[in-house]
Design a protein. Structure first.
Length: 579
């Protein structure tokens, strides 16, 4: 279940209050106030009002019109009207400029936003913290992290403007979203040394970053630090911590935090209860999760669709599909509309247990309920149909997806091609593969590995090798899985020299073999009674710290059962590979 980023949501909610406080003055003169919310319902209204405003005496406040248009996402029109203002020599104030800069940043044109800075100098308008906070946010939005940090440091070093908590929050938030967790902590420490001290919002962002990085001890240390400094934690703080602990399966620590919350008169909401329920379900503690749900209802907190989804997912993970379906029926009985995610959970559960008839029934029901299957729905049902050999139904569902469904992704195509190969439909698999190649569909190494694997398993080793050799030419160097697939293909055909040559090529290309590589090779030696080669290979395997897996050990037991003399031929088995 996807967790919401509450701390960031609440942080962003306060940004407009500080960043864009409305100024109604133009060069010292008070402008005419207009009721933009009532007058502007669409772009045509905004443009008509603008042309009326330019003829008014005294001039009204244009910045508020721009802000209204920005909220309506008419970004290009804001730029057009701003340029018209410049041509008409209408005075520009800091409120207009800040809105236009924000507009460019929302368009992901921070370069254009910076080009407006000279207007401040020409018009004698001082730079303020709002301007630079907006620019920094724009840089982060375009993933220009280094530029954002350089600008922030320059502002502080050259004392261009004094950062406030909103600017600090913008920088810390930008860093945390891009995984620079330690830097967020460093910036918090920097704040402590200056005039602007970190507040609850700053701590929440840093705590959330540590929780997402699974550094829960550091996050809890920050919680304790807040308390010592007299900064009371809020529901956002606890949400991040509980989410992090649930993901790590630390349900006992979650109980402690919940008790602490209640003692501080901070009561869990439906989101926090759902996180706890989801965490318990992931740990397999579905009965405990049900108890938590009963408790939340007793406290007057009604479960929502995400709560029921979490419980359903928990039962599906344990294979208790009909209990999951019972929960599904309960939520419908309570008048809660199931989401496509609800259906996906059940369909996935039934498909995993190979109860595809029930999954198909749910699949059909989706459209009857006025919902639309998404890519996940189609991918899940396709995989389930291929698993049980319902090829005709799988083809029909795939055709439906191409016709009226969401656009298939690489996972869809991989599932279909793998399904075709599995049932010997090599020509159809290769036809689809070549069609996707011609259309230059988005592909990756995993997709090509499916094709290589399918060809190998259908005895088309030369074609598989041809596809494998093409990988580097198209900018997709083979990974260890691709190499292992090709080595497996050679071993299945008894081509152990070719398999060994592929292994050496793998090492030459700096793709290190893993335990699977060696086990595949050993199984090949056992299958084709190449015990001498196996003995040499086992020494290399042991030197690299690898050992037999369960599959190889089982294979060896069967070989020894039929030919006990194998143990005498390979004495290393007695000392280096216990099974």
């Amino acid at each position: 279940m996807m967790a919401r980023n509450i701390s960031v949501c609440k942080y962003n909610a306060i940004m407009p209050l500080r960043s864009y406080s409305t100024s109604f003055s133009v060069k010292g003169k008070v402008g005419i106030r207009l009721n933009f919310e009532n007058e502007v319902k669409c772009l045509d209204d905004a443009v008509t009002l603008f042309h009326r405003m330019v003829r008014m005496k005294p001039l009204p406040v244009f910045g508020q019109l721009f802000k209204t248009m920005i909220n309506m996402k008419h970004y290009a029109s804001v730029i057009s009207l701003f340029r018209e203002m410049r041509k008409l020599d209408i005075p520009i104030d800091e409120f207009i400029l800040n809105n236009v800069i924000n507009n460019y940043c929302l368009m992901h044109r921070v370069d254009c936003a910076f080009s407006l800075l000279p207007i401040y100098l020409k018009s004698g308008i001082p730079f303020d913290v709002v301007t630079f906070t907006t620019l920094i946010r724009g840089l982060f939005a375009e993933n220009k992290v280094i530029n954002a940090i350089v600008l922030f440091k320059k502002l502080v070093r050259d004392k261009i403007c004094e950062p406030d908590e909103i600017m600090y929050g913008t920088v810390i938030n930008g860093l945390s979203k891009r995984g620079h967790t330690q830097k967020t902590l460093s910036l918090l420490r920097l704040m402590e040394q200056g005039n602007t001290k970190p507040n609850i919002y700053i701590y929440n962002i840093v705590i959330d970053a540590f929780c997402k990085d699974r550094h829960l001890d550091a996050a809890i240390n920050l919680l304790n630090e807040m308390k010592q400094k007299g900064i009371p934690p809020d529901i956002v703080t606890y949400s991040s911590l509980i989410d992090g602990l649930c993901k790590l399966g630390q349900s006992e620590k979650v109980k402690t935090l919940l008790s602490e919350m209640v003692n501080l008169n901070i009561y869990p909401d439906v989101y926090i209860f759902t996180m706890v329920i989801d965490g318990l379900c992931k740990e397999g503690k579905i009965e405990d999760a049900e108890e938590v749900m009963k408790h939340m209802v007793g406290k007057g907190v009604e479960p929502d669709i995400m709560t029921y989804n979490a419980i359903m997912d928990g039962y599906c993970l344990r294979g208790q599909l009909y209990r999951a379906k019972r929960i599904f029926d309960v939520l419908i009985g309570k008048g809660i509309e199931p989401s496509i995610f609800s259906y996906n959970i059940l369909i996935n559960g039934f498909c995993k247990e190979k109860k595809v008839a029930e999954a198909m029934q749910l699949f059909v029901e989706i459209s009857q309920k006025g919902l639309k299957p998404d890519t996940v729905t189609y991918n899940t049902i396709l995989h389930g149909l291929f698993e049980v050999g319902r090829i005709g139904d799988a083809k029909r569902v795939y055709a439906e997806m191409l016709s009226v469904g969401p656009k298939p992704n690489i996972c869809t195509h991989s599932t279909v091609i793998d399904g075709y190969f599995r049932y010997g439909l090599v020509e159809e698999a290769m036809s689809l593969f070549k069609k996707l190649e011609r259309k230059r569909e988005n592909t990756n190494i995993a997709f090509y590995t499916v094709v290589i694997n399918g060809l190998c398993k259908n005895g088309k080793l030369d074609e598989a090798h041809s596809v494998f050799e093409k990988l580097s030419l198209i900018g997709l160097p083979p990974d260890v899985r691709a190499y292992n697939t090709m080595i497996t293909g050679f071993c299945l055909q008894g081509l152990l020299d070719e398999a060994n040559s592929m292994l050496r090529k793998m090492e030459k290309n700096r793709c290190l073999p893993n335990n699977v590589t060696y086990n595949v090779f050993v199984q090949g030696c056992l299958r084709w009674s190449k015990f001498s080669e196996m003995r040499t290979f086992m020494k290399e395997m042991a030197d690299r710290g690898f050992s037999f897996d369960a599959s190889t050990a089982g294979f060896l037991v069967n070989v020894v059962r039929e030919n006990p003399s194998v143990l005498d031929m390979i004495p290393e088995l007695h000392s280096k590979n216990k099974y």
